[in-house]
Design a protein around this ligand. Structure first.
Ligand SMILES: [Ca+2]
Ligand SMILES: [Ca+2]
Ligand SMILES: [Ca+2]
Length: 672
C-alpha cells in the first residue's frame, strides 16, 4: 500500500462508523410481571449470534428468543412469548456470570410524555383587533453603535379589540416598496406602542413598515388583527469599519481595503465618505495620509526598514469608524496570503494578538522530510550539534534515495515527479514561516516543527507511516531512540492511494495518540470524491477539506461524512479578484533547482491541513492542557459558516464551516 503527498494525488477510502455503547441505567420497574424481552450489550469478543446460528444466550432460554441489532453495540433479545420478569433477571445474572454480556435490562414499555391535557373547553372564538393607528417610522442612530441602522416605530392602539387583551404586536417590513412584507418581529410580547428595530435593517435602503395587534380573549388563543397604515424610513448611519486587505511592507507603499457597499458607507454616496489612514511604528511619530480613494490609501512618507501597523478611518457626516483589524504581518508575500487575511481566509491578523506560539509547542510534520530554509530554520527542532532533529522512516532502499533505510536524518531527498517536490518544506512553512518582512508569514511562527520523513521519492508505505505516527507520539519502538520532543499536534498532509478502513490496529494507534493529548490532523485527499482517504477517515482525527479563495470547496478536494471542518487549500485560476498575484494558490517555502531557498504557490488538501495544524498549535500554546476533544469542539463551534450559495452548503460534507482562527483563539483564551 503506497502513500503519496496530497499535493498531487491521493486515494479514497471507506468511512469508519463509530460504535459507542450507551451506558444507560436501568429503567424504573413497572408493575407488570411479564416482559417481552431484554436489551443486551455483549462482552468484547462475544458475537450476538452464536456459531450454531442462534442468538447468544438462547440456550439458557430454551431457544425461545429472536435477536435484533439496535445499532451502537446494543441488541434486543425478543422473547417468543412474554416471560416472567424474575426469570429474565435470573437469565441476565447468569449471562453476566458467564462473562458473555456486560449489561442487560428488561425491555419495558414507554408512553407518550404529555403530562396533562387541559380540561377547559374553548368557549369563545378570540376576536381580531382592528389595525393599530397612526404608525410613524423614524430613522434613529444608536448612541453606542452609530454604524447600526435603527428605526423607531410608534403607533396608537387599535380602536376595536372586542373585549380581548392586547398581548403584543407583530412588526413587518418591506424593502421592495410594499410588494411583499416579511415579519421582523412576530410578537413584541408587550402592549408598548413604541419600539426600535434594527435586525435586518441596513443603511441607505428604503423600508416600509406595518404593525398588527395580537389579542388574547382570556383563553389560550392569540389572534393577529388587521394591519396598520404603512410608514417608510431610510436610515443613514456612520460608516461600518473598513476591511483592510493589505498593508505596506517596508517603506512607502499602499494600504488596500475592500470597497464598501452603500450600506457599509452608512447609506451615503461614495463621494460623501472620506477615507484616511494612519501608520504607527514604535518610537516614531505616526504618519497620516489622505491620499485615498474607495479602495486604497497611499503613504509616500514611510521610513524604510520599519514595521508599521496601519489603520483606516472612514468618515461621513454622521460619524467615523476605524478598521477593526490592524495589519501587523508585513512579510514580502503577505499580500498574496489571501488564506490568512482575505474574505475567505482564516482571520489570522486578528488572531495573532492572542498568540503566535509559546516557543515550545511542537508540531510533527510527517511528510517528505525537510530542507533547510531561512523561513523555518528557527522553528525546526535541533540536535545538540545544531543539526536538524527528526527521523526518517522510509524503509525501502530505492525509495529512500539516501543510501540506507531508516535513519535519523529527515532530509528531503526529492522525488520522481520531475523537479523536486519539497512538499514537507512547503507544509512546514505554512505552519511556521517566520514573521520577518521576508518571504511568507506562517500561522504559528513561534512553535516548533519536528520533521519526520515517511514519504520517499515515490511515496511511502502505511507501515512506515504507522511507525512515524507512533514515534511522534512518544511510543517506544525497538532499536530507535525515543522521540525527545513531545508533540502537541501531528500534521498528516498525505493519504492512502487505495481504500483503507481505519479499524483495528490502525484505529488504535490514532486512538492512543489522541489519548495522550495529541491532536492529529489529516488531509481529506484530492480525488474530488464524497469520501475521505486514510488516515483522514480515522475516528478522532481532524480531517480537513480544502476550500478556495471564493469560499467554495476546491474541485479536487475529497469531502464527506466524518469531516470536522474545512480550511483554505487554494485552487488556481478560479477567477477570484482577491490577491490576484496568488492566482488562488497557497504560497510557502520551497527549494529551487540551484538548491536555494525559494517560494512556490501550490494547491491541495495538503495545504489546507497545515492551516489547521498551525491554528491548533496556537491553541496548545495558549492552553497547554487543552484536550483534543476540546480542540475539536472549539474549532467546530467557531467556524465561519459556508455561504448559502457555496457547494459546501448545498452538497455538504465539508464539516461545520471554514476554520476561523480569530474566534477559535478568542474561545481558547476564555477557557479557565
Ligand atoms: Ca534513509
Ligand atoms: Ca535520511
Ligand atoms: Ca517571513
Amino acid at each position: 500500500m503506497s502513500l503519496r503527498g496530497c499535493l498531487l494525488s491521493i486515494a479514497m477510502t471507506a468511512l469508519l462508523v463509530s460504535g459507542v455503547a450507551p451506558a444507560a441505567n436501568a429503567a424504573t420497574a413497572q408493575s407488570t410481571e411479564k416482559i417481552s424481552g431484554v436489551l443486551v450489550q455483549y462482552s468484547a469478543g462475544v458475537e450476538a449470534v452464536a456459531p450454531n446460528g442462534e442468538p447468544t444466550g438462547a440456550n439458557l432460554l430454551r431457544g425461545k428468543v429472536v435477536s435484533e441489532d439496535l445499532g451502537g453495540g446494543l441488541f434486543a433479545l425478543n422473547f417468543v412469548e412474554p416471560m416472567d420478569k424474575t426469570l429474565a433477571k435470573i437469565w441476565i445474572k447468569r449471562m453476566v456470570l458467564d462473562r458473555r454480556i456486560i449489561w442487560a435490562e428488561p425491555n419495558l414499555a414507554i408512553e407518550k410524555a404529555s403530562a396533562n391535557i387541559s380540561s377547559r373547553p374553548i368557549l369563545t372564538q378570540a376576536r381580531a383587533a382592528s389595525g393599530p393607528i397612526s404608525l410613524v417610522a423614524k430613522p434613529a442612530v444608536s448612541a453606542t453603535a452609530s454604524d447600526q441602522a435603527r428605526v423607531r416605530l410608534s403607533w396608537k392602539t387599535p380602536s376595536k379589540r372586542y373585549g380581548a387583551k392586547i398581548v403584543g404586536y407583530r412588526v413587518q417590513y418591506s424593502s421592495n416598496g410594499g410588494a411583499s412584507y416579511q415579519t421582523l418581529i412576530s410578537n413584541t410580547g408587550s402592549s408598548d406602542t413604541r419600539i426600535f428595530v434594527s435586525d435586518g435593517i441596513r443603511a441607505g435602503i428604503s423600508y416600509r413598515f406595518r404593525v398588527r395587534a395580537i389579542t388574547n380573549d382570556g383563553s389560550e388563543l392569540n389572534t393577529v388583527g388587521a394591519s396598520s397604515n404603512t410608514a417608510s424610513a431610510t436610515v443613514r448611519t456612520a460608516p461600518k469599519p473598513v476591511y483592510v486587505t493589505s498593508a505596506p511592507r517596508i517603506g512607502p507603499g499602499n494600504i488596500t481595503y475592500l470597497e464598501q457597499s452603500i450600506s457599509d458607507r452608512g447609506g451615503f454616496a461614495a463621494s460623501a465618505v472620506r477615507y484616511r489612514a494612519v501608520a504607527t511604528a514604535a518610537d516614531i511619530e505616526s504618519v497620516e495620509t489622505s491620499l485615498c480613494n474607495a479602495t486604497r490609501c497611499q503613504f509616500p512618507e514611510l521610513l524604510p526598514d520599519t514595521t508599521y501597523t496601519v489603520e483606516v478611518f472612514a468618515t461621513n457626516e454622521l460619524g467615523i469608524s476605524s478598521s477593526n483589524a490592524t495589519v501587523p504581518a508585513n512579510d514580502l508575500y503577505f499580500p498574496l496570503q489571501w488564506y490568512l487575511n482575505g474574505k475567505n481566509g482564516v482571520s489570522m491578523p486578528t488572531a495573532w494578538k492572542y498568540s503566535k506560539g509559546d516557543g515550545y509547542k511542537v508540531v510533527a510534520v510527517i511528510d517528505t522530510g525537510i530542507r533547510a530554509h531561512q523561513q523555518i530554520d528557527k522553528a525546526l527542532t535541533r540536535n545538540a550539534d545544531g543539526s536538524i532533529y527528526g527521523y526518517d522512516f522510509v524503509s525501502e532502499l530505492a525509495n529512500a534515495a539516501d543510501g540506507d533505510g531508516e535513519d535519523s536524518n529527515p532530509n528531503d531527498e526529492g522525488d520522481s515527479s520531475g523537479g523536486n517536490s519539497f512538499h514537507g518544506t512547503h507544509v512546514a512553512g505554512i505552519i511556521a514561516a517566520e514573521h520577518d518582512f521576508l518571504g511568507s508569514a506562517g500561522i504559528a511562527p513561534n512553535v516548533k516543527l519536528l520533521p519526520i520523513r515517511a514519504l520517499g521519492k515515490d511515496g511511502g508505505t502505511i507501515s512506515d507511516l504507522v511507525k512515524a505516527v507512533n514515534w511522534a507520539a512518544g511510543v517506544k519502538i525497538a532499536g530507535i531512540p525515543q522521540n525527545k520532543f513531545p508533540v502537541s499536534v501531528i500534521n498528516l498532509s498525505l493519504g492512502a492511494k487505495e481504500v483503507v478502513s481505519c479499524t483495528g490496529g490502525y484505529a488504535s494507534i490514532f486512538d492512543a495518540a489522541i489519548a495522550k493529548g495529541i491532536t492529529v490532523i489529516a488531509a481529506a485527499g484530492n480525488e474530488s470524491r464524497a469520501s475521505l482517504s486514510f488516515p483522514g477517515n480515522c475516528n478522532g482525527v481532524i480531517t480537513v477539506v480544502a476550500t478556495q479563495a471564493l469560499g467554495d470547496r476546491a474541485t479536487y478536494s475529497n469531502f464527506g461524512s466524518g469531516t470536522l471542518l474545512s480550511a483554505p487549500g487554494g485552487e488556481f485560476n478560479i477567477g477570484s479578484t482577491e490577491s490576484p498575484d496568488s492566482r488562488g494558490g497557497i504560497i510557502s517555502s520551497w527549494v529551487d533547482s540551484a538548491n536555494l531557498p525559494s517560494y512556490r504557490l501550490s494547491e491541495g488538501t495538503s495545504m489546507a491541513t497545515p492551516v489547521v495544524s498551525g491554528i491548533v498549535a496556537l491553541m496548545y500554546s495558549m492552553q497547554p492542557n487543552i484536550t483534543p476533544a476540546r480542540v475539536r469542539a472549539i474549532l467546530q463551534d467557531s467556524v465561519r459558516p459556508f455561504a448559502p450559495t457555496s457547494n459546501c452548503a448545498i452538497i455538504g460534507g465539508c464539516g461545520a464551516g471554514i476554520i476561523n482562527a480569530q474566534l477559535a483563539l478568542a474561545r481558547t483564551s476564555a477557557l479557565k
